[in-house]
Ligand binder design. Structure first.
Ligand code: ATP
Ligand code: MG
Length: 245
């Protein structure tokens, strides 16, 4: 469904992505692990055109694009097939939960308001927050705010959802409710690409686990193999460090 090849991205003279390849099939849940600064966020942002890659190709639904030369129209079209869930939720503070979900549908997708509201209620139902539709972000817990972030993503009916450390801003007791929603989405067959530090979750839901180090993917395997028999030294060291903490 999605294939990216040889993505390169530099900030000034610092090369952050050094030729990243990835293939995601429909229904896959791919998790990306890696140390801080290894390029995980930049990679997700390049897939969604929140950053422009310097080099590389993307094939989505049988259409191939040179990432350095994608037209604005194509960017909009491709972006509509994906949704992004941010670490810090990125909700509008002055809008209710419902309005946060309907905003993109009405403004970007030109959906009639009635239909947007109905779609938003369905998405809020899915994340267990239908009864909090009128609440503002400051009236919601971090876990609830992130579930609104997920509802906003689901409501656009994307082919792929990109999650950038969706639980890392949360207090430990709130992480479970967000992971639960994500697990449910995975079980329903949603295609997901997830940067996370939640190892148990990664092991349970992933079809593939990737380890990124210094701008390249050094290892990619199904979760049992990845965690029980890591092949690369960098992966072994990373997992060892985690276990010691
Ligand atoms: N907009 C930017 N301008 C300049 N440098 C950037 C920018 N965004 C990221 N970088 C740099 O690129 C490198 C990779 O950053 P990135 O955020 O992709 O890492 P990450 O793997 O997501 O890390 P973390 O686990 O801390 O979120 C870092 O050295 C970072 O400082
Ligand atoms: Mg990051």
């Amino acid at each position: 469904m999605l294939e990216v090849r040889n993505i390169h991205k530099s900030f000034a003279d610092r090369e952050v992505l050094k030729g990243v390849d990835l293939r995601v099939n429909k229904g896959d849940v791919v998790t990306i692990l890696g140390r801080s600064g290894s390029g995980k966020t930049t990679f997700l942002r390049c897939i969604n055109f929140l950053e422009n890659a310097d080099q590389g190709t993307m094939t989505l639904d049988q259409e191939t694009f040179e990432l350095a030369h994608v037209s604005c129209q194509d960017k909009i079209r491709i972006r509509r097939k994906t949704a992004f869930v941010f670490q810090n939720y990125n909700l509008f503070r002055n809008k209710t939960a419902l309005e946060n979900v309907t905003e993109g549908l009405i403004i970007a997708r030109k959906m009639p308001k009635d239909q947007a509201v109905e779609t938003a209620f369905q998405a809020l139902e899915k994340v267990g927050l239908r009864d909090r539709a009128e609440a503002y972000p400051h009236q919601l817990s971090g876990g609830q705010q992130q579930r609104i972030g997920i509802a906003r993503a689901i409501a656009t009916q994307p082919e792929l959802i990109l999650f950038d450390e969706p639980t890392s801003a949360l207090d430990p007791e709130l992480i479970g409710e967000v992971l639960q929603v994500m697990k449910q989405l995975a079980q329903e067959g949603m295609t997901m690409l997830i940067v996370t530090h939640e190892m148990n979750f990664a092991r349970q839901v992933s079809s593939q686990v990737l380890f990124m180090d210094e701008g390249v993917i050094v290892e990619q395997n199904p979760p049992d193999l990845f965690f029980d028999a890591p092949q690369q030294v960098q992966t072994q060291q990373f997992l060892k460090t985690l276990r010691e903490h």
